[in-house]
Unconditional design. Structure first.
Length: 341
C-alpha cells in the first residue's frame, strides 16, 4: 500500500510540473533517440541504410545524466525513439531511470519485439504510454511499406498484448499512423480496428526531411475528413488543433514559426542536441557535457535565428497545439487522451 501511495504521489507531482510547463510555454517534450538500429527497411525512413554501432550508443549512466539534467527544466514527456527502441536489451532500465528522474517516458515501436513477457516488463518498468506504428489496414501494404513480411501481424499482436498487460488503466496504448499520399482511406478502418482491440488511435503527418526520401505528403485536403472521423470516434485522440492545420501544412510544405528549440528538443544516441530530428545536421549542444540551462539557451537562440517551416509532425504539432487557443479545449482533449479507461 505504501508503494502504491508513493507511486500516486510521484505521478501527481510530475503531472503538476508538466502542466506548469504547458501553462508557462516551457519545454514539455524531448525526443530521445536511444538507438538508430532497426530490424525493418521502411520506405519512409533512412536510418536503417547506415551501420550503427550499439557500443557507441548512450549508456545507462548517460541516460541517467540526461534524465537528471532535463529535470532542471521540469517534468517532461520523453519519447524513446529510434530506429527501433525495443531493440535495446536495457530498455526496461532506461524506462525506470527516466521515471526516477521525474519524467514521463513514452515509446514508439514497430511492435516486432513485443511478446507477452516484454509487454509486461516495459509497462511495469513505468512506461507511461506506448504507440505501435500501423499505416495500413491492409497487411500486404503495411508489410511492403515496412520492408518486412509479417510486420502487420506483429504490430497488431503487440497492440493486443500491450493492452492486455497494462498494470494500470492510466498506462495508455495507441495505434499510430503516418498520413501519406496513399492511405487516407485506410484511416477509418484503422480506427475501427483500434476500437476492436481496445486501444486509442493517433495520426501524424508525413515528413520527408529525414534523409533523401520521396515527397509523399497527401495531395488533397484532408483536415475536414479527419475532423469528422474524430467527431464520430472517441478512440481517435489526436488533438483537434493539430488536425486543423493539416491542409495548410500540405499546401505550404509545413507550418511556419516552428517552436522546436523552445517547447521541444531532440537528443540523438550520442547525446547531441538539436531542435528536432529533422535538424540533426544543425546540432547546438551535447547534453552530456553541457548544463541543462546552457542547452536551453542555445536551443532558444537557434529557434530565434533559424526559422523553419518544413514539417507538421505530431511531436512538434502536439507541443505547439497545446499553446493554441482555445487552450481549455487542448487541455480537455489532452486529459481525455491520458485519463484512465
Amino acid at each position: 500500500m505504501l508503494t502504491a501511495l508513493k507511486r500516486e504521489l510521484s505521478y501527481s507531482y510530475r503531472g503538476s510540473r508538466l502542466v506548469y510547463g504547458f501553462l508557462r510555454g516551457r519545454f514539455v517534450h524531448v525526443n530521445l533517440q536511444v538507438t538508430y538500429r532497426c530490424n525493418f527497411h521502411c520506405q519512409i525512413c533512412d536510418f536503417w541504410k547506415e551501420h550503427h554501432d550499439p557500443a557507441q550508443e548512450l549508456t545507462l549512466d548517460d541516460i541517467r545524466t540526461i534524465g537528471r539534467k532535463l529535470n532542471e527544466l521540469g517534468s517532461l514527456i520523453v519519447t524513446l525513439a529510434g530506429g527501433e527502441p525495443l531493440i535495446r536489451e536495457d530498455r526496461c532500465e532506461i524506462i525506470r531511470v527516466l521515471n526516477e528522474c521525474g519524467h514521463f517516458p513514452i515509446l514508439i515501436t514497430n511492435g516486432w519485439f513485443v511478446d507477452d513477457a516484454v509487454a509486461k516488463e516495459i509497462l511495469n518498468a513505468g512506461l507511461q504510454e506506448i504507440s505501435v506504428s500501423v499505416d495500413y489496414a491492409d497487411p500486404r501494404k503495411h508489410d511492403a511499406q515496412r520492408g518486412c513480411p509479417g510486420a502487420w501481424d506483429h504490430a497488431i499482436n503487440a497492440l493486443r498484448l500491450l493492452h492486455r498487460n497494462r498494470p494500470h488503466r492510466r498506462n495508455r496504448v495507441h495505434m499510430i499512423s503516418v498520413l501519406m499520399d496513399d492511405n487516407l482511406d485506410e484511416i477509418e478502418p484503422l480506427i475501427k480496428l483500434s476500437r476492436e482491440i481496445g486501444v486509442t488511435y493517433m495520426v501524424t503527418l508525413y515528413s520527408w526531411n529525414r534523409g533523401a526520401k520521396a515527397h509523399r505528403m497527401p495531395t488533397e485536403k484532408v483536415a475536414h475528413r479527419l475532423l469528422e472521423l474524430k467527431r464520430r470516434y472517441p478512440e481517435f485522440v489526436t488533438l483537434t488543433s493539430y488536425l486543423e492545420r493539416f491542409d495548410t501544412a500540405i499546401e505550404q510544405g509545413g507550418i511556419g514559426n516552428c517552436q522546436t528549440g523552445r517547447l521541444l528538443m531532440n537528443i540523438d544516441s550520442h547525446g547531441v542536441v538539436s531542435r528536432c530530428i529533422d535538424n540533426r545536421d544543425l546540432p547546438v549542444a551535447n547534453i552530456l557535457t553541457d548544463g541543462a540551462r546552457e542547452v536551453a539557451g542555445k536551443l532558444a537562440r537557434a529557434q530565434a535565428e533559424h526559422g523553419c517551416s518544413q514539417c507538421w509532425t505530431s511531436c512538434r504539432g502536439f507541443a505547439e497545439s497545446m499553446q493554441q487557443s482555445p487552450r481549455l479545449r487542448q487541455f480537455r482533449e489532452f486529459f481525455t487522451s491520458v485519463k484512465p479507461r
